[in-house]
Design a protein around this ligand. Structure first.
Ligand SMILES: O=C(O)c1cccc(C(=O)CC[C@H]2O[C@@H](n3cnc4c(=O)[nH]cnc43)[C@H](O)[C@@H]2O)c1
Length: 247
């Protein structure tokens, strides 16, 4: 990217190095579909990166624990190599909360929240922070969220991370009552964000909606539509991600 022009010379910096962590290979390949050049495999202990330009794409596994472990592996390898990432993006399909996030739409997280990390009590759910531990939220950089929303037209809001996919209207309503700004739920974002935070690396989450959050209905899934939305979304996001520089 061009930083400034001085005395006839263009002073440039290289594009931001971005790690994109999806859960499964089909999501990784949907992201890869947004890039013109084919990806080269880079094998690391425990994970394989697909490298295309400034992007390393990683199928990090399903669920917050495996996603965190895989993301941490990639982050550590890059740091030891002297080429640390500038940004980590959690990406993939998700359940969308009606009516704000319909099937086939894209959402951008301005808050990545662990929705079921805590304790059940007689008075309801207590997040782990109220038990005196850790964190339940990671906030992506505001300026980047604004730019991604402008580039894609996708709404920004909370994206929940759950270890159990919601399967009833009652649970969906509980989650929405506790997180009124929730647009979507998925299973990896908070794990990816914890790994990024441990390395002091900014994090984003972008999700394409494959199904409504609510009563279990596998016939209602539209995974193909969501993967198409992910590819199209990354086509618009990529220039913003590459040129983004943290303050
Ligand atoms: O069997 C079911 O009823 C069921 C419903 C939705 C999703 C699943 C999955 O096993 C997919 C998990 C996978 O995809 C992401 N994802 C997609 N939709 C949702 C959702 O509604 N809630 C949570 N996660 C979802 C997730 O990030 C995983 O990578 C099964």
């Amino acid at each position: 990217m061009v930083l400034q022009a001085r005395e006839g010379f263009l002073i440039t910096s290289s594009p931001a190095r971005v790690l994109v962590a999806t859960a499964v290979p089909v999501e990784r390949d949907a992201v890869a579909g947004a890039f013109a050049s084919p990806a080269a495999e880079v094998r690391l202990p425990g994970v394989t990166l697909h490298r295309t330009g400034a992007y390393d794409l990683l199928a990090a596994g399903v669920g917050p624990a495996l996603a965190a472990a895989s993301t941490a592996t990639a982050l550590t390898a890059a740091a030891l190599d002297g080429t640390p990432y500038d940004l980590v993006v959690s990406a993939g399909i998700a359940g969308g909360f009606a009516p704000d996030a319909p099937v086939g739409s894209l959402v951008v997280a301005d808050d990545i929240v662990a929705a079921d990390l805590g304790a059940e009590t007689g008075d309801g759910f207590l997040p782990v922070t109220e038990l005196g531990f850790g964190t339940v939220s990671h906030r992506p950089p505001e300026s980047l969220v604004r730019e991604l929303v402008a580039a894609t037209g996708a709404p920004a809001g909370t994206v929940l991370t759950v270890s159990t996919v919601t399967g009833s209207a009652v649970r969906a309503a509980e989650l929405r009552a506790r997180h009124p700004r929730a647009l979507a739920e998925a299973m990896e974002g908070f794990g990816v964000a914890e790994a990024a935070a441990a390395h002091g690396t900014p994090v984003m989450e972008v999700r394409a909606v494959s199904n409504p959050v609510g009563p279990r209905d596998r016939a209602a899934w539209r995974i193909g539509d969501a993967l198409t939305a992910l590819t199209e979304g990354f086509g618009k996001l990529a220039p913003v991600l590459e040129s983004w520089e943290s303050a």
